[in-house]
Design a protein. Sequence first.
Length: 301
Amino acid sequence: MITVENLRKTYGDFPAVVGSDFSVESGEVFGIVGPNGAGKTTTLKMLAGLIEPTAGSADVLGFDPEDPAMRRKLGFLPEESPLYEDMTPRSYLRFFADLYDVPRDVADDRTNAVLDRLDLEYRDRRLGDMSKGMKRKVAIARSLVNDPELLIYDEPASGLDPLTTNVVLEFVRELRNDGKTVVFSAHNLFHVESICDRVVIMNRGEIIARGTIPEIRDEHGETAYRVYTTVELPESEREGDRFVSVVETMDEVESLRQAAADAGGTVSDIRTDEASLEDIFLRLARDAPTKSTTEGGRGVS
Ligand SMILES: Nc1ncnc2c1ncn2[C@@H]1O[C@H](COP(=O)(O)OP(=O)(O)OP(=O)(O)O)[C@@H](O)[C@H]1O
């Protein structure tokens, strides 16, 4: 559905995206995750044909992203989506349906169904009087007005309250069940962890990890073992009437078992702590070489 090869974008001499390679399969939810300035929006805009790559190539739905034929099959949700304040959701969505030559009754059915699923009651209220979350829902409905195969959403749930965030993320998950392919960006790793089939993690323009969440965990995450003992051991901490030591290998677990036995106690429980995507990301970002050493010139964090 999408193939990206050595995609690069430089603003002046500033490398915003540095040679990305990835592919997105039909019917998956694909996440691009990373902190502010990682290059997520720049990547998505290149895929949507809104900015031209400096080098490399992207194939989107079999088209060059700048081909207008691709845009008719795409729904793009920008990070900030200013809506026409004096319009209502109904008039606004009809306006976009007309741009895509979608018949009025088809468009009304389609957008009403989306707004029902997103729990947006007010269809005739002035957009300028609506909350950020309501406007986001209208912008999402707009992205679906042409019934596209592919959705590219830039930070769909950013800045929304927890309830609205859940509604939006759940909706993205349901889009996959409708047979859509979704590529979306997030800086909140929880958003990605909860709904993506596969992700790439970006930092300073580079992809620093990729795969399914379990694959990334296997490759980059350190599993920790919490070993509970009935006796205090060096470096253990009291938890209720037990003591807990945290170690990273089974050999260390075995040593603790021996130490507990030597002290006249036993191991009463062993639990595994899986690294969260956030833990993994923080470690990868900390260990990654800075662009100024690899690229010569990107001295911005
Ligand atoms: N038009 C531009 N001119 C110059 N630099 C730009 C331009 N657009 C983006 N950049 C820079 O490129 C880098 C990547 O920006 P981008 O918006 O792609 O990051 P992002 O991961 O989407 O971040 P955020 O989460 O803050 O939106 C940033 O350092 C940004 O300042």
